[in-house]
Design a protein around this ligand. Structure first.
Ligand SMILES: [Zn+2]
Length: 351
């Protein structure tokens, strides 16, 4: 089930929110037993409906798609259908924000923590070409795929706006032995991230509802903390709204300056039709071992920027687009490893 909130000026650019509606007990092929699925994934679906309710009061330049997906447990079928549909329609997918098991805060290990959510993101693009990987291995960028920079963006925004809240970035596609619909987008080369509650109790995930040795098994609603789920929902709403209000990240971003004391960044500013409210760009850089962008400089409405005295070898660089209202895109890292949308010739090669 998909709801489309069409963008007013750049409807081809799409931010997708997803959660899955199917629910299973211990045997994934058991279609008759009671499988309440309150946390996995009623929590994600409730989050999606509430986010749609809130954001539908606003208008955005870009399109927001709310996807309630079926068949996740059977093989990410809903995610595959939506990701393929997006490609068949020629949507420019800026990111999929997937939510799967986001309502609990009492871990099986006894930890109770309602102050944080985990956000998983792939490091490098699944569709990266061998020659791109070879160059990346030399120059870096393995921590700066567009999925990762989307995750950094969400963390920075949510921690700014929501008090006493932490978004923990996990540099992995997902937890060990687990997966969800964001992978279907990653498989086609689209940026996609996945929210997961920080303290999981596996006794309440796809289990036959029963009591055994005094322990209650099953994914029932009493294990969902609604105040916690509201904060995860706000995290999604803030991120999707900010992305949809902001211009798209720059295209064709390149960094140069080897064997010189300065660094030069160049890019193609988005076409007027795609960014009518564009004010300009902000250049970012950080130490190559730093987790978050730490330095930035406003460069105005330009297609290039010089950073005199900043040595290219010592830093990771990126550029974000900024609207006249102050909404910023995620930071894009230079080259194919960082691009939100691969160059047309690379996209052709990937086929
Ligand atoms: Zn799930």
């Amino acid at each position: 089930m998909v709801a489309i909130q069409k963008g007013v000026s750049d409807p081809g650019r799409v931010i997708i929110l997803t959660a899955h509606i199917d629910s299973r007990v211990t045997d994934v092929m058991n279609a008759t037993a009671d499988a309440p699925g309150a946390d996995d994934n009623g929590s994600g679906v409730a989050l999606l409906i509430e986010t749609a309710r809130v954001l539908s009061h606003y208008k955005f330049p870009a399109t927001i798609v709310y996807g309630v997906l079926s068949g996740e447990k059977q093989g990410l079928y809903g995610g595959k259908v939506l990701a393929q549909y997006a490609h068949d329609q020629g949507w420019r997918v800026e990111a999929d924000l997937n939510n799967d098991i986001v309502g609990g805060d009492r871990g099986q290990n006894g930890v109770i923590d309602n102050t944080r959510i985990r956000l998983f993101s792939e490091s490098t693009r699944e569709t990266e070409l061998a020659r791109e990987a070879k160059q990346r291995r030399y120059e870096g960028g393995e921590l700066d795929g567009p999925s990762r920079n989307t995750a950094r963006y969400i963390k920075a925004l949510a921690e700014y706006w929501i008090p006493k809240w932490r978004v923990d970035l996990i540099y992995r596609v997902d937890r060990f032995g687990r997966g969800s619909d964001h992978e279907a987008f990653n498989a086609l080369g689209d940026p996609a991230v996945c929210f997961r509650e920080s303290a999981e109790d596996y006794r309440h995930q796809h289990q036959d509802v029963r009591t055994e040795n005094g322990v209650a098994y099953g994914d029932t609603i009493d294990h969902v903390d609604f105040e916690h789920l509201a904060r995860v929902t706000a995290t999604n709403a803030i991120a999707a709204a900010a992305m949809a209000w902001a211009p798209p990240p720059p295209d064709g971003l390149k960094v140069a300056g080897g064997v010189t004391p300065d660094t030069k960044l160049s890019w193609q500013p988005p076409a007027d039709a795609q960014a009518s409210g564009l004010a300009g760009c902000r250049v970012y850089w950080r130490d190559t071992t730093e987790a978050a962008w730490s330095h930035s400089r406003w460069v105005g409405n330009a297609a290039e920027a010089m950073l005199p005295g900043v040595v290219i070898d010592d830093w990771a660089f990126g550029v974000a687009s900024v609207s006249k209202d102050g909404f910023e895109s995620p930071v894009e890292y230079p080259g194919p490893q960082g691009a939100f949308w691969p160059a047309p010739e690379a996209a052709e090669e990937k086929k």
